[in-house]
Design a protein around this ligand. Sequence first.
Ligand code: HEC
Ligand code: HEC
Ligand code: HEC
Ligand code: HEC
Ligand code: HEC
Length: 603
Amino acid sequence: MFMLAVAIIFVVFLAIRNKSIVTKFSLWSALLLFLVGFAVYKSIWNNQYTDSKDFLYWQGLYKKMAIDLAATPEIKSNDQNLAVGSVTQFTLQQYPFFRSDGTDQQRVDRCQSCHAGVEDPSMTAENIIKEVDDVTVATADVPQYLSTHPKTLEKVYVLGAHPGKAAGVIQGSLAWAVSTNDSISTPDAADQAYDKDLMSRHPFATFGCTTCHYGDGRELVENNAHGYNEFWLAQLLPSKYQQAACAQCHTQYNTKTFEPSYNLHPSLLEVVQSAAGDKYKDASTLTDADVPGFLAKHPELQPVVTKAQAQLSSLSTMTKGEQLFHANACWGCHKIEGFSKGNVGPELTSEGSITTTTAIARQLWDPRYKVNGCVMPYFFSRKIVDVPVDPKDQDGPRKQMVQDAFGNLQPLSSIVPEQIADEETSDGLDFRGYIPDHSEELKVNELVTFVYSQTGLNYAQSFSARAMRLTAYDSSQPPTVPVTVGEGKILFNQSGCYACHYLGDPNHPKNGKGGIAGPNLSWEGARHSQQWLVAHYLNPQAFVPKSVMPVFPFSDSQRAALSLYDSSAIPNGGRRVSQDQDMPTAAMAKDNIAVPQVRYMTR
Ligand code: HEC
Ligand code: HEC
Ligand code: HEC
Ligand code: HEC
Ligand code: HEC
């Protein structure tokens, strides 16, 4: 800086002293040009790198506060010896990153270089407020206070003790990370005990920070460390998708069925043993078979066990996300290795490591944002339609209706639109004439969590276990069900057939619902016999070589029930044609039914 100032003064001096007007002019303009260039460069540089305070600032601030807050002279002298200026880092041997070329990369987390107070129980929000603003705020008023003091809030975020490391931190409870309920906003004593237990099982020295939070552990500049760099791939995981991170290590596969589960407590035995603690001598030698007898002998343990199971039972958001992935036939269109083989849409096996939560959420709200005409249904948004005036309609013109993915009409007023934070998604939806349905938001969160958790790796599973699961994928054995049209209907609803097929009343096929990737099934009963349908379920590709219709793992009786249901769709006056004949066009024309255009997707 000093040399620069000397150089500038020298140039100014020359410019003033020089006699030649030409030299004078060029000197002045060179100087001006340099200053403008310098200002532009500074402003870009600023935005990129020094927009935030660096780790030296936070360490200094932490040291100052820690000395002030030290409870004992020993702690105080420890705090006085805190080093400021060195990077704090953990090298995590157990949890490397895997790259697409098969190599792995050491995980190094330096988050604590700025987040210096995470392990210090004296860094409660109240204490930080006292230090920064010199006011005393009651615990209950902390959230209110911080909502009006953003600068103090920032300091609490960076230097506050981690939930589970102290009582009274402002941050949300960890409890909801495994709860069905997203609204635990004021953690109570039970939540705090839970947080403490959870954090004691994941010590920072072993787990670092990025295993649960993501972000770019090696970075020391705020935006980069939080993953808001040009790739946006490692950005901090928003709380609502937290379980995607937990699932990397807490997904287990049943050794017989290879079904995944997200149980945090795999066995009742463990719950019982931890509830029993040291007080019950016979607890440590129990086996699975002894558990019921043991609980009968010690009924006083039952409530503790029940509570522990409820709190730690499973990663519920993940579980629901997976169920939705099945129920909406996402699996029929998307491949996830070991889960599904669909190939209409892109493979999602490593979706979590190649895209962002925002992009997945956007795809779910607005499937056509990238590819107009994409066959993925609008499951969670409603199309706004103007229903033409029907002279026979008693209610008069039915304008401004909404239509769901499956064609059902409702008045627009019946939908509370979801406020989408991402402007591009809102605008895109608006442009295509859709509104996002607020009542579906939770489902979208669950699906995003599930899809984002698919990173193609699982720390809880050995490679051989994974290989076994992949080869065993086809061997599922669904339960047998009684053969009735009703059963078939339930199967049809639950198997996601609607994602690809439209199905309506054969006489009023416009009153139906369903997707467009496969043919309209409203007249299926008139088109094909039950035997044909069963054969088709067994192997659609034998009929249409490149058919994208998945082979569903149905049992014989389930296939029979479904074919019975499908074949019940016969228009009035129509007749069943022999199995290999095509659409009963003449019969339908007679009944004044529009002959559907069979246009479906093949690979
Ligand atoms: C250069 C300093 C710095 C580093 C390094 C850093 N952070 Fe932060 N962090 C901050 C600041 C400043 C805030 C407060 C931001 C605000 O007020 O919105 C913050 C906020 C947070 C928050 C809470 C707010 C939010 O946006 O959810 C989390 C979680 C977090 N950081 C995690 C991490 C993790 C994980 C790492 C390591 C990969 C990390 N940070 C590295 C400075 C840093
Ligand atoms: C076992 C998983 C786990 C580990 C490891 C972990 N965290 Fe957290 N952290 C959480 C959860 C869960 C929350 C609660 C999120 C919420 O309620 O919004 C949280 C909350 C936070 C918050 C408050 C953010 C907010 O929005 O309320 C910060 C800051 C934070 N963690 C930083 C860190 C840092 C820095 C590390 C490493 C030293 C770390 N965490 C390690 C799971 C973890
Ligand atoms: C990087 C891997 C990893 C991540 C991420 C992770 N855990 Fe764990 N978790 C473990 C390991 C390993 C243990 C076993 C530790 C022990 O036995 O003390 C464990 C133990 C637990 C336990 C106790 C289970 C028992 O049977 O005693 C719970 C509950 C738990 N984790 C919940 C979570 C939640 C909730 C998250 C997400 C916020 C999470 N974990 C994230 C690896 C992980
Ligand atoms: C009828 C077939 C079909 C169904 C059912 C379907 N999708 Fe898709 N999906 C597609 C197609 C085709 C694309 C590619 C479109 C594009 O890139 O715009 C796609 C794209 C995606 C993407 C973006 C992938 C990427 O990397 O670009 C995600 C994520 C996704 N789908 C998730 C889901 C989920 C979750 C469900 C279930 C709720 C689902 N899909 C149901 C056909 C389907
Ligand atoms: C991923 C999309 C997809 C899903 C999910 C799907 N199908 Fe299909 N289906 C197709 C396509 C494409 C065809 C046309 C090619 C063919 O015949 O295989 C088809 C054909 C059919 C046919 C024969 C239609 C005809 O007359 O040629 C029937 C019947 C059928 N599907 C029933 C079902 C049922 C029942 C389900 C749910 C259990 C289902 N499909 C799920 C895509 C799908």
